[in-house]
Each structure stands twice: as C-alpha cells, then as structure tokens.
Write a protein that binds this ligand. Structure first.
Ligand code: DOR
Ligand code: ZN
Length: 345
C-alpha cells in the first residue's frame, strides 16, 4: 500500500546550534519542505540580526542541493521593542515565540508579564500580521505541572485574545482537551494549534512504564489518556485549526539520562511515520495530508509545497540511537518497528 501526499512542513522545530545542529538538521531536511525554527538558543535569538545569522548557520549545515527552508522566529523578552518587529517582518522572520520566563529549556530570558511591557510589541505584531507562538504553561510552582496548560489558557491566553483579537496566535504543542476546546472556540484563521507525535501517541503512563523513561519527558509534560483522545479527535476532524509541529527537541543522551534530565523528545526522523500511524489507526488517512501539508501554510499565508512524497507501508526499525562525533541522540520509539516509511518520489 502506498499513499502520495504533498511534502509536509514542520511548524515547530528545535534545531539547536553548533555540533548538535549539524547532527540533527539532515533528519528534518530529509522529510520536510520547511520548518519554523525555535529561537531558544543560548543566548536566545532576540534580534533580527541574530535570526539572520542563525538562518545562515542552518543553511551552511545543509548539503548544497538541499531545498529545505528554515523559517525564522524571534524570542520575545520584556525588552523587545515594537521597532524590532517591523525590522523582523521586513527581513522575512515569520513569527515571534512567547516563552513564559522559566517554563522550559532556555526560557530564563522569557516574558515575565505579557500584559505589561510586551503589550506595544503585541500590538505591532497584530498590525504586521505576525503570529505569536505560545508556550502555553504557567510557571507558578503552586500550580500542579499537569494543570499548567489549563491555567495558562484561563489566566493568560483567553484575556490576551479578548484584548487583542486581531493578533494571530498559535498555541504550540497542545496537550489537553482544554486546549482543544479553547482553540475550537476561537476565530478560525486567528488562533490555531500545533500537535506533536508524542501527544498523539503517548499518555503520561509512558513516563513510568516499568521504570522512569527520560526519553519520553518533554514539556508540556504528557497528560492523561482522555486528553490524548481529545487531541486525536481534533486532528482527525479535518479542522484547519490544527497542524503538524513536531517539537523535535534533541538533547544528547547524557543530558537526558542523568539526575536532572532535560525536557525534549527527538522525533524528526520518525515523525511522519508516527503521524501516519495515528491517522491510520483512527481510520482517518484521508485527513492526513491537510494536517501535515495544507493547514499550516494556509494559517501562515504561505503557498503549499509543490513536491510530493510517498508513504509506503513497508516496516522498518527505528535505530536505537544516532551516534555523532559530539554525542548520541535517542529518537522517539527507539528500537521499535514502524509500519510507514516516507520516501521521496
Ligand atoms: O520538551 C521541550 N523541549 N519543551 C520545550 O518547550 C522546549 C524543548 C527544548 O528546547 O528542549
Ligand atoms: Zn518546542
């Protein structure tokens, strides 16, 4: 069995820099036409100049004949200026990422009060039609980690959208039925969500299967089965509000398997097989192409990719790990058999 689909894009990706960038970028470039590249480097990508330099280093890490296109983002801080947004827009930066300070990897320079100093920047973004990409979790240590997305929606996202309805917002890597309901309740074309393979395939039991599983640890953390089911229903509904964003977030094995392991799942090499698995198991393969290849570009006002890929039902084993000169990376579904193999035509 074979399935031809328009080449997908990844609307949420961590490519890192230096050795790690060189190690992982080919996996994304092999499978995706474009990717929105997250700016949470050390130091973060807070200016247009830094975003352009980062883009150059990504392009340099690719083979000369690659047509993979990195789409760049800026990291929002309390000190970002509205003039930076204009400059970014004119330089081809596609979006701005909002990390609540302390929410996740390299978010320490993130926003402390989105309704305060940042507001003129958000107004400028709405004017420039520049989407805000949101890591939707509160950071209050008194809020249970499994409730942080829901509380973020109630206390930050809903009020923000009421105050600035013209702002385009992507709720990244949604993990709850609350997020699904919220996104569905908003104006189509203004609020959308990316969905990862891990939040479609795993519930929080996967963190503790026969012992602690650091390679299934990401943020927002995996949730209960009812939430996973709600996210599956959302993506197979055919709604344009949901699209592919892997949140592939590589960390070296040594940084995952240690006393304070990093959050992030490396899935760039398996993502398309995994999304296909989800849609097949839900009897919704007819909805897969729009989710992977149409809804994202439509939201961002970009053309669809013009090339196609073929998904072959041809079992293959996910490598246990990928070894690079700089270290080893363990992929999602390490060592397991997958049914669908994505191939170029
Ligand atoms: O699991 C995650 N890893 N979640 C994020 O929000 C950041 C990412 C990373 O950069 O490692
Ligand atoms: Zn991410």
């Amino acid at each position: 069995m074979e399935l031809q689909v328009t080449k997908p894009d990844d609307w949420h990706l961590h490519l890192r820099d230096g050795d790690l960038l060189e190690a992982v970028v080919l996996h994304s470039a092999k499978h995706f036409g474009r990717a929105i590249v997250m700016p949470n480097l050390k130091p973060p990508v807070t200016t247009t100049v830094a975003a352009m330099a980062y883009r150059d280093s990504i392009l340099k890490a690719l083979p000369p004949d690659s047509i993979f296109k990195p789409l760049m983002t800026l990291y929002l801080t309390d000190n970002t200026r509205p003039s930076e947004i204009k400059l970014a827009r004119n330089s081809g930066v596609v979006a701005v990422k909002f990390y609540p300070a302390g929410a996740t990897t390299n978010s320490q320079d993130g926003v402390t009060d989105i309704f305060g100093k940042c507001f003129p920047v958000l107004e400028q973004m709405a004017e420039q039609n520049m989407p805000l990409l949101v890591h939707g979790e509160v950071t209050d240590s008194s809020v249970d980690i499994f409730d942080r997305e829901k509380v973020f929606i109630e206390t930050i996202l809903e009020p923000l959208i009421k105050k600035l309805p013209q702002l385009k917002v992507v709720m990244e890597h949604i993990t709850t039925m609350d997020a699904v309901r919220f996104v569905e309740s908003c104006r189509e074309g203004y609020v959308a969500a990316t969905v990862t393979p891990q939040h479609l395939l795993l519930n929080r039991n996967a963190l503790f299967q026969g012992g602690f599983r650091p390679h299934n640890y990401c943020l927002p953390v995996l949730k209960r089965e009812v939430h996973r089911q709600a996210i599956i229903s959302a993506v197979i509904s055919g709604s344009k509000r949901f699209f592919l964003g892997t949140d592939s977030a590589p960390h070296y094995r040594t940084r995952k398997e240690c006393s304070c392991g990093c959050a992030g799942i490396f899935n760039a090499s398996v993502a398309i097989s995994l999304y296909t698995k989800v849609f097949e198991e839900a009897g919704a393969l007819d909805k897969l192409e729009a989710f992977m290849s149409f809804n994202g570009p439509e939201f961002y006002g970009l053309p669809r990719n013009s090339t196609k890929i073929v998904l072959k039902k041809s079992p293959w084993r996910v490598p246990e790990s990928y070894a690079f000169a700089s270290g080893e990376i363990v992929p999602m579904f390490t060592g397991e058999m997958l049914e669908w193999l994505p191939c170029d035509i």
